[in-house]
Ligand binder design. Sequence first.
Ligand SMILES: *Cc1c(COP(=O)(O)O)cnc(C)c1O
Length: 397
Amino acid sequence: MASTTNSKRAKFQPVRDSYLVFGAPLIGEEEIAEVVDTLRSGWLGTGPRVARFQRDFEAYNGAPHAVAVSSATAGLHLSLIAAGVEPGDEVITTPMTFCASVNAIIHAGATPVLADCDPVTLNIDPDQVERRITSRTRAILPVHFAGRPCDMDRLMALARKHNLKVIEDCAHAIETEYHGKKAGTFGDFGCFSFYVTKNVTTAEGGMITALTDADAARLRILALHGMSKDAWKRFSDSGYKHYEVVECGFKYNMTDIQAALGIHQLRRVEECWQRRLAIWDAYNEAFRDLPLGLPAATEPATRHGLHLYTVLVDEQKTGVGRDQVISDLHDSNIGVGVHYRAIPEHPYYQDKFGWKPEDYPNAMAVGRQTVSLPLSAKMTDGDVRDVVGAVRAVLAC
Ligand SMILES: *Cc1c(COP(=O)(O)O)cnc(C)c1O
């Protein structure tokens, strides 16, 4: 294998014939059959399967209401609007997240404010949040990073004290629990993603959980052009019904084809979590002696959603930089991800808000060292061995 002493490393040889795709979904025959049935049924748009997926999700999550949408990004946008967030308002979120969390705040017309993450949990630090609350703060948007629950006791206490709305970004956190309750049941809203790489997938899709009847009703209207309730039934066999547009909404509804996937994905969610737990434990064991930063232990009375297995590559300790590790793993036929370069690293936010990476030192440091290894329930034991072997070879350990 390549020598680490040369300034230009030789190209790594593949550890396997086929490329191990990062975040490959596990699609079963049930999903395929349900999609085919949906296509044959003639009802492809928002209909009975979406209604069933929403009920199933409520049963799994425990929130009183689940509203299916076209993506988590759409869900965040609608939740912010339903939370009453308006231009001039500030919404506090984390720099250690996907850009969608921040973009949704901007699309709602508000100003995003970043509170740095904790260097160990990688979740938003409640002390940093508290420091950034002003008279204009309207909401907090915490992200349960990698599936690890945020400190919801402290965040909800801050929200109550300052009369703030809370929108949980649960894109990584379907299985996540905190003190006996699922993520998405603490804040006013929880937004889940069913993007291909997420723990449950509908190819593209999302779900919003809401605590009150009024919020759920508003979300359903906002997600479909602002049309009055049950507009999706207007072409059904119960007879044509006029709809009324009651506000200027969006086209953010989920289709029955997506829900057909989601219904069966959700049925295997625990089985897939168990499989990822086995992979997680195997990585922890295999990398114990390596000079890598491994995920922190799960906090007591919580359940980690195990969405991302992120390791930190500190070039001082490994002799190899993060980007070199990524490219060597790629050459080895192992697909990896970066979750995430900190939000202030991106030129748009630097130009628009004057954010600098150094102002968020924890997110900056993590974002420059982090690599996500494959953690899909589809992986075989052989795949896991390939990842372990490739990581050891790249680090020459
Ligand atoms: C994937 C993701 C989103 C966006 O989800 P989509 O369904 O693709 O819109 C938002 N936030 C986080 C943290 C994510 O990982």
